[in-house]
Design a protein around this ligand. Structure first.
Ligand SMILES: Nc1ncnc2c1ncn2[C@@H]1O[C@H](COP(=O)(O)OP(=O)(O)OP(=O)(O)O)[C@@H](O)[C@H]1O
Ligand SMILES: [Mg+2]
Length: 291
């Protein structure tokens, strides 16, 4: 399979952030300021940025868990005012599943809430568990599944709700490198099969280059915004060792370095966060060299 769809093949903007500002209660300096972003329907968009810059805050705004303080954030033209079934979040933590429900019941939960018949919702759950390569594991409880399997169940659970947008906050961050690589490949397959719009947050440059149609690089916080957007025009399926991959990695790495230097000029009170992001980037580089 070789997917070289140009950006114009997507279905038009589905998510639009216009000059948004966001501050948590009683916060003097906003976390996000003058943030603009337009995501196309069917796009795989990766959001990359230093630790603490506000990536999860952006995701929480899109999910409707928080409200913008200023500007406009719309989904399919409608302002986002709260959570909705058109958006679904895959979290990093393994404890996001209902521990008292078997894998199949976790996935069938959303369809059940929608009033789907028992037969239909189990059929739906089986279909999505099959898509995430978990056939045969349907009747296990979360405690009986590995970390990678739990993330697969989360993805299946989200897909069973048939959202317009999948929001993923470092979903593979806690997994070992091999499992992470496998799930990255599987996610691309799922994205191609379902044509969902995906907003995927990561610290890892290599992950962003592997997955994204475009990568949005956030500036260092506070008052963070989308500093640059890089289209990843590498053919799919992508591999870390393929021509162009390393160049893209270097390009993004240099942009992040530039952003961090600019951020250090703007405010020098966040040294610890900068160090953490540096460690993450070195991990990404180590992976790049190894594969
Ligand atoms: N509930 C909250 N109340 C007040 N401030 C918060 C809250 N959650 C996050 N913040 C602050 O907002 C800023 C952005 O946090 P956010 O979690 O969005 O960053 P992030 O980019 O996702 O970080 P990481 O990469 O570490 O996950 C940080 O300075 C953080 O301390
Ligand atoms: Mg976060």
């Amino acid at each position: 399979m070789n997917d070289q769809r140009p950006a114009t093949a997507h279905g038009g903007p589905i998510l639009l952030a216009e000059n948004i500002t966001f501050a948590y209660a009683k916060q003097a300096t906003p976390v996000l300021e003058n943030l603009d972003l337009s995501i196309q329907e069917g796009e795989f968009f990766c959001l990359l940025g230093p630790s603490g810059c506000g990536k999860t805050s952006v995701l929480n705004l899109i999910a409707g868990f928080q409200q913008v303080t200023g500007g406009r954030l719309t989904l399919a033209g409608q302002p986002i005012t709260g959570p909705g079934v058109d958006r679904a979040v895959v979290f990093q933590g393994e404890d996001a599943l209902f521990s008292w429900l078997r894998a199949i019941d976790n996935v069938a939960f959303g369809p059940k809430m929608k009033g789907m018949s028992r037969h239909e919702r189990y059929e739906t759950a089986r279909k999505y568990l099959n898509l995430v390569h978990l056939s045969g594991q349907e009747y296990k409880y979360p405690s009986e599944l590995s970390g990678g399997m739990k993330q697969r169940v989360q993805i299946a659970r989200v897909l069973a709700n048939d959202p317009k947008i999948m929001l993923m906050d470092e979903p593979f961050g806690a997994l070992d490198a091999q499992t992470r690589g496998k799930l990255q490949d599987e996610l691309v397959e799922i994205w191609r099969a379902t044509q969902k719009t995906i907003v995927f947050i990561t610290h890892d440059i290599a992950e962003a280059v592997l997955l994204g149609d475009r990568v949005g690089i956030m500036s260092k916080g506070p008052s963070s915004r989308i500093a640059t957007i890089i289209p990843i025009d590498l053919p799919r399926p992508r591999r870390r060792g393929y021509a162009g991959f390393g160049d893209m990695w270097e390009k993004i790495n240099a942009l992040i370095d530039g952003e961090e230097a600019a951020g250090d000029d703007r405010a020098s009170n966040d040294g610890a966060a900068a160090k953490i992001s540096l460690v993450h980037r070195h991990e990404g580089h180590a992976e790049l060299v190894r594969k």
